[in-house]
Design a protein around this ligand. Structure first.
Ligand code: NAI
Length: 343
């Protein structure tokens, strides 16, 4: 099987070459992203392998189909960048639902600790032999309340980590579960009572700009907002406003709504056009990482292994548990109820 691998980075190649060789899958690596202008590169391939910022809209799906592509293998969990409903009956779509939820949950805590204990500032100071402590006062996480939105694989691990720090845990999920030591509350109550808010739900129409002006208006003064999920869960301009009004005490963002033209690339030495991101980065209480929460050795191995397994299931005509099915029009529900192929 020949697979066109878009948005390829150096760190992707070793694990995919290794896993591909085991299953007789040849990956051709393209540094460019998949979109309407680049879909042509997939002509003659059996499938494409895409990541979070490839744009697989309906027009791209039509092009891929006409070039003979019959499988889209997402090497990530989120699939908001793929017109899955448009693929129905034409192209099978697979994802990697979990590769290392620990990687993302641990990165979230790393951001929180960095922010609360001003580690980023201390690191820069001591490198300059500035040993002053002025402005580095943090606060204890112990006894504080964390509000976790989305208690799936990553959210639950983050909850366990927070419990280890002695934090009180509130949660909101569209489908609440039973989690020891965690109280489910309404989103409004979570916003009103949390000292720290962390987002771990998917980006859907319902969750788009979940944190906007109105939500920020209901939050506790000084709240820390963490987003390692998807950028568009937060209205970035409303966040800036919330920070300027001293409601949001700090923000830690691994994702950003307009990240697709910027993240994963080196723009040092360039003038970045995005004023909203530039403003956020200029703020002393904002930490931005560029969608790196997943980036651990373990996660990279798991991503390659699962993607190759998905493609082998596809090639052999088997049902695949990681296929995104749109037969009944509801991807998540459909997947839960069915175990055969989507079409
Ligand atoms: P999951 O599917 O295990 O959990 C998602 C949870 O969100 C589920 O419990 C679901 O019921 C809940 N949910 C769905 N709609 C909701 C709504 N409207 N309001 C509140 N909760 C809702 O997903 P997982 O693996 O925990 O991943 C969470 C998110 O993390 C993904 O959607 C993805 O966007 C992001 N992610 C980010 C990475 C990074 O490198 N920064 C890497 C991997 C995932």
């Amino acid at each position: 099987m020949k697979i066109a691998f878009f948005d390829a980075k150096d760190y992707d190649k070793p694990s995919f070459v290794r896993e591909g060789a085991r299953a007789d899958i040849e990956f051709k690596f393209f540094e460019t992203r998949l979109g309407e202008d680049t879909a042509e590169l997939a002509r003659g391939f059996d499938g494409v392998c895409v990541f979070v910022n490839d744009d697989v809209n309906a027009a791209v799906v039509d092009k891929l189909y006409s070039y003979g592509v019959r499988a889209i293998a997402l090497r990530c969990a989120g699939y908001n960048n793929v017109a899955v409903e448009h693929c129905f009956g034409k192209i099978h779509v697979f994802r990697v639902p979990a590769y290392s939820p620990y990687a993302v949950a641990e990165h979230t805590m790393a951001l929180l600790l960095t922010s609360v204990r001003r580690i980023h500032k201390a690191y820069n100071r001591t490198r300059d032999f500035n040993f002053s402590l002025s402005g580095l006062t943090g606060f204890d996480l112990h006894g504080k309340t964390v509000g976790v939105v989305g208690t799936g694989k990553i959210g639950r691990i983050f909850i366990e980590i927070c419990k280890g720090f002695g934090m009180r845990v509130l949660a909101y999920d569209k489908f609440p579960a039973q989690i020891e030591g965690c109280s489910y509350v309404s989103l409004d109550e979570l916003f009103a009572r949390s000292d720290v808010i962390s987002l771990h739900c998917p980006l859907t129409e319902e969750t788009h700009h979940l944190i906007g002006r109105e939500a920020i208006g209901r939050m506790k003064k000084g709240v820390i907002v963490l987003n390692t999920s998807r950028g568009a869960l937060i209205d970035a301009e409303a966040l800036i406003d919330g920070i300027k009004r001293r409601i949001v005490g700090a923000a830690c963002l691994d994702v950003y709504e307009e990240e697709s033209d910027l993240f994963f690339r080196d723009f040092s030495g360039h003038i970045v056009e995005d004023d909203v991101l530039a403003r956020l980065i200029s703020m002393p209480n904002v930490i931005v990482t560029s969608h790196q929460a997943f980036l651990t050795e373990e996660a990279l191995s798991n991503i390659a292994e699962t993607t190759v397994k998905n493609l082998v299931d596809f090639a052999e005509g088997r049902a695949c548990e990681n296929e995104l099915c749109y037969r009944c029009g509801k991807i998540e529900d459909c997947k839960k109820n069915r175990s055969e192929k989507c079409f």
